[in-house]
Design a protein around this ligand. Structure first.
Ligand SMILES: C[S@@+](CC[C@H](N)C(=O)[O-])C[C@H]1O[C@@H](n2cnc3c(N)ncnc32)[C@H](O)[C@@H]1O
Length: 267
């Protein structure tokens, strides 16, 4: 398990990953399907939040989902079984040192993982190694610098910046979305296409208000609160105001924008 993984492995974080995935399924996965009989690697599957969508959308493809945390892997397995999906096998593995021969997979899929790695370049090199020539690699990441909202709030932006700083300190990059194109090109991928996917939320979309503003984004920022206070990155009152102001954007007159980046390249 990764001890410095910024979001941790609590049950609240597991629930947040599920809320994130169900709110964003259409936006992120509407164009992700794999041909019958193809073998697809999902790297860093977590608790299986994306796995269930991938496997259901391509029922005749076979997925191998790997994850470094045995705790998350067990949940992913249970989740896939509960959905009655039979086209996924699971394996505990580190994305930078995969237990597969070269040119093994027809396609590779990674979602919300590179942002946590000290060297996304190393991970991409390893993913490229196990991908067959002409196979595709799909990478989805967020970029916390893309969050803007109404009512605007200096305290809320400072709270978000604390998460960005903590993630950087743990070796990751919460602003990685904007780097996907150069990362994939430098990793040797060709025909790289990046599509920004903006989530725009206001009161006329109540499911997104709850699923994205409250349960995905603000829950994620709030999750590092203890560490922020302990390490005096913000004083407690200012932190609480920042979190309150983020929740405030979920009220009737609030709006919230955030952009995910989906990159697809070919080996
Ligand atoms: C934010 S979660 C995303 C999980 C899932 N892809 C999703 O979108 O819901 C990031 C996951 O990457 C995993 N991870 C971090 N470093 C890893 C590594 N070196 N190898 C494999 N998985 C890793 C973490 O354990 C965590 O489950």
């Amino acid at each position: 398990m990764k001890p410095d993984y910024v979001h941790g492995y609590s049950s609240a974080e597991d629930a947040r990953l599920m809320d994130q995935a169900s709110t964003l399924t259409e936006l992120l996965h509407c164009d992700t399907t794999y041909p019958p009989d193809s073998l697809v690697l999902e790297a860093g599957c977590g608790v299986g939040a994306q796995t269930v969508t991938l496997a259901a959308q391509s029922p005749q493809a076979a997925f191998v989902s790997v994850e470094i945390s045995p705790h998350s892997l067990a949940q992913a397995k249970a989740r896939v079984e509960a959905r009655g999906l039979t086209n996924v096998t699971f394996r505990e593995a580190d994305i930078v040192s995969l237990p597969f021969d070269g040119d093994h997979f027809d396609h590779v899929f990674v979602c919300f993982v590179l942002e946590h790695l000290a060297s996304p370049e190393k991970a991409l090199a390893e993913l490229r190694r196990v991908l067959k020539p002409e196979g595709s690699i799909t990478v989805i990441e967020g970029d916390h610098g893309s969050a803007y909202f109404y009512p605007d709030s200096v305290a809320a932006h400072r709270a978000i910046q604390c998460l960005v700083d903590l993630q950087r300190r743990a070796g990751g990059d919460a602003l990685i979305g904007r780097r996907l194109y150069p990362l994939l090109v430098r990793a040797g991928a060709r025909d790289v296409r990046v599509s920004p996917r903006m989530v725009y939320v206001e009161a006329s979309r109540p499911l997104r208000v709850d699923g994205f503003i409250r349960k995905t984004f603000t829950a994620m920022v709030e999750g590092v609160g203890e560490q922020v206070i302990r390490e005096s990155l913000m004083d407690e009152d200012a932190w609480r105001k920042g979190i309150r102001d983020l929740y405030r954007t979920a009220e009737r007159d609030g709006t919230f924008c955030y952009t995910f980046f989906k990159a697809v390249g070919v080996k």
